[in-house]
Every structure is written in C-alpha cells, then in structure tokens.
Design a protein around this ligand. Structure first.
Ligand code: 2P0
Length: 358
C-alpha cells in the first residue's frame, strides 16, 4: 500500500536551492484521540482546514558530504524544537533519503501567537513536509496528487493531526470501512460541502494562552487501557459517517449536536482516564453556557468545539458573522485572556510559495 511513496529519482539532485511553503492549522470535528505506533490513529477523524492560522516555512539546502540541519523561528535558534525535528527526519529517512545529502536551514514563522494555546504542530509539520516534497518532485517528477498524498503521509509521522492540514476545505484521516480511499497512513481531501458550510467561520476564544497541561503524546497514551476506549473508538467511526452526511446535506442542527458531543467526549475521555485531567477552565464552561443561551434565544446556528485545552472554537455560517462577533464582544470577550480572540475560517490547505534551484 505504501509502494506509491517509494523514492524513485529520475533526475540528479540539485546542488542547492530554497523552497518556501505555507500550511494552515485545522480544527477536528470528529476527534483523533488515541494512537498506536508509529502514529497510527485508533479511530478516524475529520477536520475543517483553517485559513488565517498558518505556518510559513523556508528551507534552504546545499549539497554536503555531511548531513546537518539548523532550525530557527524568524531567524532565532530554538533548541527546544530540535529533538522533535530530528526524530521526524529520522522517521522520514527511508522515504526521503535525498535530504541527507544536504546541509539544511529550516526557518519557520507562525501567524498565530506562539503559546496562544493553538497547536503549531499541525501547521508546522505539514508545511515542512510539503517543502520536502517539492524538492522530491523536482528529482522524481511525481504528480501533484502524489506530492500532497506523500506530504500528508510524512506529516503524520511528525504529528498525527498534521496529516489533515494539506488539503481543504476538510480532510479525513484514518481508515473507515464505508468511506472509500480512507487510510490510517495519510489523510485525504474532503470536498463535498453543502452551501451552508462554505466559508464556515471559526472564531477562537483564547481562554488560556498557557502551554498545554497535557501534551498530546501523553493525552493519546491515556487511551491505552482506558475503560471507555472501545466504545469511544466505535462512536468516533459512527460520528464520522454521520458527519459526512451532514456536511453533504447541510443539516446544521445535526452538525451542532455531533460537533459539541465530540468536543465534550474528548474532554470526558481525559476526565475519566488514569491519571485524570480537567483541561477546561472556568471561562471555558462559562462560555459554553453563554453559547447555549445565545443559540436558544437568537436561533443562530452557533456551535462550539474544543481541542485538548481550554480555548473555545466558535463554529458558524458566514451569514451570521456580524451577529456572532457582536455576541462575542458583548458576552464572551470577558473570558478571553487579554480580550484576545482569533477570527478564522475554512480554507484550502497547504501550498508552495516559491522554489528555486541551482
Ligand atoms: C485532533 N487533537 O483530532 C485531536 C483533537 C487534539 C484534540 O490531534 O501526538 O498533536 O502529534 O500525533 O496531532 C492533537 O494531537 O498528536 C490532536 P500527535 P497531535 O485534532
């Protein structure tokens, strides 16, 4: 099944070059929570790809007898990120041996504030993987379709949710017996969106900007021997199927109920694991209650979802944007640290900004 990702050079390696890529973050509607080695999900997931929260990555490379890499964020060295990138490069070595013929400088930049509580691993690894695949395309002439598929496969080896960031407007990762072409190895694009979901909005309330209390690695591990894991994995599979029907039909009522149930279930899993965690803050709960009252009074189809943290993602159709922004300013902003929230919307995935070779 992975034969399609085997490296088959037909041209010689460029002496040097520079590639810039960008890739957005994504927000899961049906959540990935639990994995097996190496980065194989224990249930399938689907996410909306975002637009404004993205990582821009620049790689410049020069042929060298000895492989080395240097990692910077906006030109400043970040030693704390190096081990993760090192292990990523080690994992992709058998699939992309050519990178070890170079000395590589990787510089990266996020549009969302670092330590805003928004994970940069999804956008970061997918931007890096796509830049690497751009070089591979130069050497092998693979198709654009395979370039994105392999970039998704490599991204997964860096961070599971990163596999979904390559494509918009939505992406499915993880094998599902009733959904053709799905795979545990990589994500596939999902395009069949009803008009209601075109340009769907995601406004992110930054309730707690601190670093995550539970790393995703630890979080996924909590699903091993979890008393409810079996039920959870089968629930996620069935929610994915229902969600796809909803995305096609435009049933906003059902969208709200699946999305919110998924968010609360993710947190319920963490509250019932051993050890247990509560990642919501008081502001998270207060915001959820306000959202429910607002929805019931205004009939605006506003829903929320959560990542593995305290921040609240508000999801709603573009047509209600002003009404929701007024609601945020009047009632929700008090729960945001430094009154900070991020306005985002569904987007089209990762792309190459520039590439030059010598
Ligand atoms: C998701 N999350 O589906 C779920 C929902 C957070 C909550 O995937 O260990 O950073 O790098 O594979 O992808 C966050 O976990 O985990 C995540 P790794 P990742 O988006």
């Amino acid at each position: 099944m992975l034969d399609q990702f085997i490296y088959k050079p037909i041209h010689s390696l460029p002496e040097s070059g520079e590639i810039a890529s960008k890739s957005p973050s994504n927000i899961a509607l049906v959540k990935y929570w639990g994995k097996k080695p190496i980065q194989i999900p224990t249930n399938p997931s689907i996410s909306f790809t975002l637009t404004n929260c993205f990582t821009k990555t620049n790689i410049s490379f020069k042929k060298s007898e000895n492989f080395s890499f240097n990692f910077t964020v906006k030109g400043v060295e970040k030693p704390s990120f190096v081990p993760k990138i090192e292990s990523f490069l080690e994992r992709i070595k058998e699939w992309c041996p050519y990178i070890f013929s170079y000395q590589i400088d990787i510089d990266t930049e996020n549009t969302f504030p670092h330590s805003s509580g928004i994970a940069s691993s999804a956008s970061g690894f997918s931007a890096l993987a796509l830049a690497v695949l751009e070089l591979e395309q130069k050497i092998t002439g693979i198709s654009n379709e395979n370039k994105y598929l392999k970039a998704s496969f490599l991204s997964r080896l860096g961070s599971g949710s990163a596999s979904r960031s390559l494509y918009g407007p939505a992406a499915i990762w993880g094998q599902h017996k009733n959904i053709p072409s799905t795979s545990d190895q990589y994500a596939i694009a999902y395009h069949d969106l009803h008009e209601n979901f075109k340009n769907y909005q995601d406004t992110i309330l930054l309730i707690d900007k601190g670093t995550k209390k539970v790393s995703s690695t630890v979080g996924h591990e909590l699903m091993h021997n979890h008393p409810f894991s079996k039920q959870r994995f089968s629930q996620a599979s069935s929610n994915l199927e229902s969600m796809i029907n909803v995305l096609k039909s435009g049933d906003l009522h059902k969208f709200i109920s699946i999305t919110e149930s998924e968010a609360l279930t993710l947190h319920a899993m963490m509250m019932t694991s051993s050890p247990y965690f509560i990642l919501m803050k008081q502001g998270t709960l207060a915001a959820i209650e306000k959202i429910w009252s607002f929805r019931s009074e205004s009939k605006v189809p506003l829903s929320f979802t959560l990542d593995a943290g305290a921040n609240v993602h508000l999801l709603y159709p573009l047509a209600y944007k002003q009404q929701v922004l007024d609601f945020i300013d009047n009632e929700l902003i008090v729960f945001c640290q430094n009154q900070h929230y991020i306005s985002d919307e569904v987007g089209s995935g990762a792309n190459i900004i520039s590439a030059s070779y010598a």
